[in-house]
Design a protein around this ligand. Structure first.
Ligand code: ADP
Length: 241
């Protein structure tokens, strides 16, 4: 008998006018698993994440978290049920310090120790993502990797069971990439599941337990990184017909 998946998506479909951006998509994420969502540009990956996080409503299909239906719920409700995603914070919350940014994230969640322990939680979160001692820095002054770390701290403030990452590892230099990979891996060891849209193949190979590959809205492959990356249909999709 298999356990109920943490996330189970079935028949998910979303159109934009005549375009079917996500077309009858099935995918699942088990508790504590890292699943890669791959595919060429325009294949529907970000739309799929937007549907799961509630930023967009599906036209058809089901999304279940621990067996409970979440499709079509408001984003803050889905977040409070344990699904967090990273956002580009520097754009949104640039006039705050790093510490204030994380406190704001803690205030949003009801799944955390809000109250007298918020300060300690913020400090702990910053240490966890490698920003210990940088709490007083203004957000726009952070280096790119530290901005990424802050995005993650904000998402972790919700104490998610499932974290959605949209190209979180993009644009890092090789040293930072290794640090970023280690950070994502450490989340899995704490029991957090991750669904990550990613193009960095080294990260996919070293992190993902399984990958789902999309093309033109449809799932074209499912398997381990080695299996999907050697699948002729996947290779064709990436090279273009
Ligand atoms: P990916 O993340 O794989 O690059 P997207 O999910 O961003 O793909 O986009 C899938 C398709 O849906 C693309 O053809 C894109 O142009 C289209 N699309 C995405 N969002 C919108 C939108 N808000 N309105 C119209 N078309 C959209």
């Amino acid at each position: 008998m298999t356990a109920t998946p943490l996330l189970e998506v079935h028949g998910l479909t979303r159109r934009f006018g005549g375009l079917v951006a996500v077309d009858n998509l099935d995918l699942s994420v088990q508790a504590g698993e890292i699943v890669g969502l791959l595919g060429p540009n325009g294949s529907g990956k970000t739309t799929a994440l937007n549907l799961i996080s509630g930023a967009l409503k599906p036209d058809k299909g089901s999304i279940a978290l621990r067996g409970g239906a979440i499709a079509g719920l408001a984003p803050h409700k889905i977040a409070r049920l344990g699904v967090a995603r990273t956002f580009q914070l520097v754009r949104v919350l640039g006039s705050m310090t790093v510490h204030e940014n994380v406190l704001a994230g803690l205030a949003f969640g009801t799944r955390n120790d809000w109250g007298s322990r918020a300060e300690a939680s913020a400090v702990g979160l910053l240490e966890r993502v490698g920003l210990g001692g940088r709490g007083a820095v203004m957000t726009p002054e952070l280096t790119y990797i530290d901005q990424k770390r802050l995005e993650l701290a904000r998402a972790l403030a919700l104490r998610p069971e499932l974290l959605l990452l949209d190209e979180w590892l993009a644009g890092l230099n090789p040293t930072e990439l290794l640090q970023g990979i280690e950070l994502v891996r450490s989340l899995r060891s704490e029991g957090i599941a991750v669904l990550m849209v990613e193009h960095v193949m080294d990260a996919i190979r070293s992190l993902c337990d399984r990958c789902v590959v999309m093309n033109a809205g449809k799932r074209i492959a499912l398997g381990t990184p080695a299996e999907v990356l050697s699948d002729p249909e996947v290779v064709r999709a990436y090279l273009g017909d």
